[in-house]
Design a protein around this ligand. Structure first.
Ligand SMILES: [Zn+2]
Length: 294
């Protein structure tokens, strides 16, 4: 009888143990470099169209349901075409996590000291390519392994980065459109990743995220801590109007994972040599742990 109950306990332990797949940081790094090799992915450009095709081709390797959401947004009385790319993994699942990243890059290197460089578009290795790279590798994992509980929606937002400093209505236009036209199964958790490729990675708890969704922030930072990733700092950082903000405004449980201390932000120096595969791994593995361990 005693032996039997020990065996039962052992089997129970095995059945509770969930294997979390490994994030392939080499592949994610390749995705970062390949996006940069396309050139600046500025809204309305040929390069951003190439980037859309690039993202879609990788997503199509899984059997996710893929949608393109077309919209138009006006900035300074100019109309820009925008396209959000959405991939639904395990669409029948009612419990859902939404992961998002913007794929457009800023048309103006307007944080360069030399104002003559301000009209040149940025390559955006960190500010765009890094978040997309992490999501694309998560798409690969989700194509091979089914999470125990959740379905996952990956959203690649357009038109995040064309705003005027200090005017928050001019940023995050793709995510704003997405939230305002949302139909389908509402996600329990929304996590945006942006600027997470910095070699010198330090991710504080973004201000709006912490104040809106402290439990989700604490959960993600605890997972990172359990994995030994001290780059997630348990300190409240500055506020950032990023793609999580329209979700927060509309009542979602939404956070932003961002390292905003990046000296090359909106300059021509935001190039792959400032980033590292290890940083992509830290964020990617943390997200996989969240998706697969519940
Ligand atoms: Zn930016």
């Amino acid at each position: 009888m005693k032996k039997l109950s020990i065996l039962f306990l052992f089997l129970l332990l095995i059945s509770c143990q969930v294997n979390v797949p490994k994030f392939n940081s080499n592949l994610a790094w390749q995705y970062l470099e390949e996006q940069c090799a396309l050139g600046a992915r500025v809204p309305g450009s040929d390069e951003i169209e190439l980037c859309r095709n690039y993202i879609t081709t990788i997503l199509e390797r899984s059997d996710a349901a893929i949608e393109q959401q077309h919209f138009e947004a006006q900035i300074d009385s100019i109309n820009y075409p925008g396209v959000n790319i959405i991939a639904h993994f395990y669409p029948r699942r009612s419990r859902r996590i939404l992961l998002g990243a913007h794929y457009d890059t800023r048309p103006w290197a307007d944080k360069e000291e030399n104002s003559q460089l301000h009209t040149i578009p940025i390559i955006g290795a960190n500010d765009a390519a890094s978040g997309v790279a992490v999501l694309l590798e998560i798409a690969n994992v989700l194509g091979k392994y089914e999470p125990p509980q959740y379905g996952v929606d990956l959203v690649f937002f357009d038109l995040e980065d064309m705003g005027d400093y200090g005017e928050r209505e001019t940023w995050c236009l793709g995510s704003k459109y997405f939230v305002e036209h949302f139909i389908g199964k509402e996600p329990e958790q929304v996590i945006i990743v942006d600027m997470i490729g910095d070699k010198n990675l330090n991710i504080e708890m973004e201000y709006f995220s912490y104040h809106n969704s402290p439990r989700l922030v604490n959960q993600v930072w605890q997972i990172a801590d359990d994995l030994g990733f001290s780059q997630f700092k348990p300190e409240i950082g500055q506020l950032v109007y990023d793609d999580h903000y329209p979700f927060i405004e509309n009542g979602y449980n939404a956070i932003d994972i961002i390292d905003f201390e990046y000296p090359w932000w909106h300059t021509l120096e935001d190039t792959p040599d400032k980033c590292s595969p290890a940083s992509l791994d830290i964020v990617g593995q943390t997200l996989l742990q969240l998706i697969f361990s519940e």
